[in-house]
Design a protein around this ligand. Structure first.
Ligand SMILES: *Cc1c(COP(=O)(O)O)cnc(C)c1O
Length: 466
């Protein structure tokens, strides 16, 4: 029972959280993006022995915010370019708070009609704006890794069934399944393959931007007789490149192979008419993995698994038990994801799409691409630096000319200086500083400040004058 003091505790705790949240959001654009303290530094601020006695909810919230503050990375900053991390749209953040407050376990439809319905609308909107086949099955999972896994499990089962084998009997006696990917396949797809029990893919080559070698794919498929899966990519993490879906799907179809697309951030190119050339043939695949927490800018975590054949999806991921209320003719949310219980993480997706509208999603995606293009143009004006990739989407790989050590030092200088945060990586044998433009708020002023920071870093390190 929630008596008056319990209600008061909720109120005080939520008011404290609200206050800390607003303070965080107010400061996120002007503080250094990097944290001031590392993990050990924060551990030193936390009580390490489990306290014997509890504390009021409000004090707990204050203690958490105060201890954590110096260890928080301003990932929501419009000049955070690390990994591929979206920011948070106001509507999706606020909706996420409600999701936690309502605490609906949105596994089955019947007990949680509101969140189930909102998620159904979000799923239909997603399929619509991404130009995918209407009626596709949609599962809201933790991220693209889980979406890749979900889709690969469905793919595995579907091609085994087509080969006359019942996957419910386990994989031990299944016909030899082969799966193929380009050399630039994302590590999460490899992980998904391991968990799905199909091991590592046969890699068939890639061009200098990471696009799958379609001739290599054709040769590999021709050499294999049996069930096959092809994993394509929309958006390479270094170059942003997109596979030639039309050509690859055509080749795969000749061999009755399932085509899956990892489009964690790049699938969103399909929302923009301007970027249609990147995604030709994309909608002809069988399954797609994407993230809402990257390009769409909903808070962590939310990935989306989409499968053209909804029945194949529920055949692989569906669950049944006497105590789980099911409507015979309609699949439940838990039939399209690898778990039973989960938060209603499709609700912030609904809120993001509702607040943006179709026009706003197009502007969001185009805005990210415009900012990445402007960053690359700015970097190219700086002496001693070069942009290594063809900037077709949101990714920019920056390097000091003939100077891998200089590039590495520049990455460290930038992260430490704090105006921007970008990841260091290696790509095509070169050390790079990789800028992934993923925040809805990144604008021309951020681009200017970013190019200025890179210019200051290069000058401080003597890049371009050596
Ligand atoms: C981020 C990413 C993933 C993994 O997504 P998570 O949301 O981190 O699980 C997979 N593929 C690509 C291309 C990515 O950029």
């Amino acid at each position: 029972m929630h008596d008056a003091t319990m209600k008061e505790q909720y109120r005080l705790a939520l008011e404290a959280a609200h206050e800390h949240a607003l303070r965080w959001l107010d400061g996120v654009d002007e503080r250094p993006i990097r944290p001031d303290l590392d993990v050990d530094g924060i551990l030193a601020r936390l009580e390490r022995t489990l306290p014997e006695n509890g504390e009021s909810a409000e004090r707990v919230v204050d203690e958490l915010a105060e201890a954590s503050g110096p260890g928080l990375m301003a990932m929501g900053s419009s000049r955070f370019y690390g990994f591929v991390i979206g920011g948070t749209l106001p509507a999706s953040l606020a909706a996420d708070w409600l999701v936690s407050t309502w605490d609906q376990n949105t596994g089955s439809r019947q007990p949680t009609p509101a969140t189930a319905a909102v998620e159904e609308v979000a799923a239909a909107w997603l399929v619509d704006i991404l130009g995918l086949p209407a009626g596709s099955g949609v599962g809201f999972v933790t991220g693209a890794t889980s979406a890749n896994l979900s889709c690969l499990v469905v793919a595995r089962d579907a091609v085994l069934r087509r080969a006359g084998y019942d996957p419910a009997a386990g994989l031990q006696r299944a016909p030899a399944l082969a799966w193929f990917a380009g050399d630039a396949v994302h590590t999460s797809v490899l992980l998904a393959g391991r968990i799905a029990g199909i091991g590592a893919p046969t890699t068939v080559g890639a061009d200098d931007q990471g696009r799958i070698d379609v001739d290599g794919l054709a040769r590999a498929l021709a050499a294999h007789d049996g069930p096959a899966v092809v994993a394509l990519q929309a958006g390479d993490v270094h170059s942003g490149a997109f596979d030639d879906f039309a050509a690859a799907v055509a080749v795969a179809r000749e061999h009755d192979a399932w085509v899956h697309v990892d489009g964690a951030f790049g699938l969103w190119a399909a929302a923009s008419p301007r970027l249609g050339h990147l995604v030709r043939g994309l909608a002809d695949a069988d399954s797609w993995a994407t993230d809402a927490h990257k390009t769409l800018n909903v808070p962590y975590d939310c990935g989306v698994a989409i499968v053209r054949d909804e029945a194949a999806m529920t055949a692989s991921l569906g669950a049944h038990a006497a105590y789980l209320p099911a409507v015979a003719s309609i699949s439940d949310p838990y039939d399209r994801v690898p778990e039973l219980s989960r938060r209603a993480r499709g609700v912030p997706v609904w809120a993001a799409l509702r607040s943006l509208g179709r026009r706003g999603v197009i502007d969001l995606v185009d805005g990210l691409v415009d900012a990445a293009t402007a960053l690359a143009d700015g970097f190219r004006t700086l002496p001693g630096l070069e942009v290594l990739n063809d900037v077709v989407f949101t990714q920019v790989c920056l390097a000091a000319k003939d100077d891998d050590a200089g590039t590495a030092a520049l990455g460290e200088w930038l992260r430490d200086e704090g105006t921007v945060w970008a990841s260091s990586s290696t790509w095509q044998g070169r050390t790079v500083v990789r800028f992934a433009v993923s925040n809805h708020a990144t604008d021309a002023d951020d681009v200017r400040r970013t190019v200025d920071a890179v210019a200051r870093g290069a000058a401080a390190l003597g890049i371009g004058v050596r």
